[in-house]
Design a protein around this ligand. Structure first.
Ligand SMILES: [Zn+2]
Length: 224
């Protein structure tokens, strides 16, 4: 092993049983965040994309992917079968499995997450991270695809997940910000107002209030 390379333990895919060395999720230094909370990471954008990607592990054989450590997953037989079927049938995986584009792990984790009944908030988070990777890798059309999917999951999450506190405020804000990025400026303004209502009187949300103000101004200019 070359000096300085972190040791990479073997992980075993809980779906197909393949053993492989996974890149462990690394912590990284950020220098602030963009308005959609994408971390700004010093260095080349592609290095930043690689660090964000390390949040998911994907099996190189069957494409099972998850944000959790594989050891921690305890899948039922039904879940394993369901996941296998979904991975086989998925259109994007069929086309892109060989090419391994940088967003593929998040997409696969979303596909598997649906079968594992992850909450909409978590599915949205996977898609949001995929959109960050696409932006850093300059994959524009896919960035929009994942922003739209993240937005839909977050909207469902606001209806179904009983979010409270910071999670409620941030999720509502993100629906606004993703709308703005997708060009729906008036929609965005409505969601920023909703987000502002959820933070009222909470001093810990001052950073979010400032962000809401700033992005509302931007959306108003863009809507004009
Ligand atoms: Zn596998």
């Amino acid at each position: 092993m070359p000096v300085g390379e972190p040791s990479r333990p073997y992980v075993i895919c809980p779906v197909c049983g393949h053993a492989f060395r996974a890149t462990s999720a690394s912590t990284y230094v950020t220098v602030g965040r963009e308005a959609d909370l994408c971390p700004k990471i010093p260095g080349r954008p592609s290095d930043g994309a690689r660090l964000i990607r390390s949040a998911v592990t994907m099996c190189p054989v069957c494409s099972f992917a998850a944000g959790e450590a594989f050891d921690d997953l305890d899948l039922t037989l039904d879940e394993r079968h369901g996941i296998e079927e979904r991975l086989k049938e998925d259109g994007l995986l069929k086309v892109f499995r060989k090419g391994q584009p940088p967003w593929l792990g998040f997409h696969a984790a979303e596909v598997c997450g649906k079968e594992r009944s992850l909450k909409s908030r978590e599915l949205g988070d996977l898609c949001l991270r995929a959109s960050w990777v696409c932006r850093k890798e300059k994959e524009r059309p896919f960035e929009s695809t994942f922003q739209l999917r993240a937005m839909r999951h977050f909207m469902r999450s606001l209806e179904e997940d009983d979010l409270i506190g910071r999670e409620l405020s941030v999720t509502t804000y993100l629906v606004g910000e993703l709308n703005r990025r997708l060009g729906n400026h008036r929609e965005a303004l409505n969601w920023y107002v909703n987000a502002g209502r959820t933070t009222e009187g909470d001093p810990r949300a001052a950073w979010l209030d400032r962000l809401i103000d700033k992005q509302s101004k931007l959306a108003r200019e863009q809507a004009a």
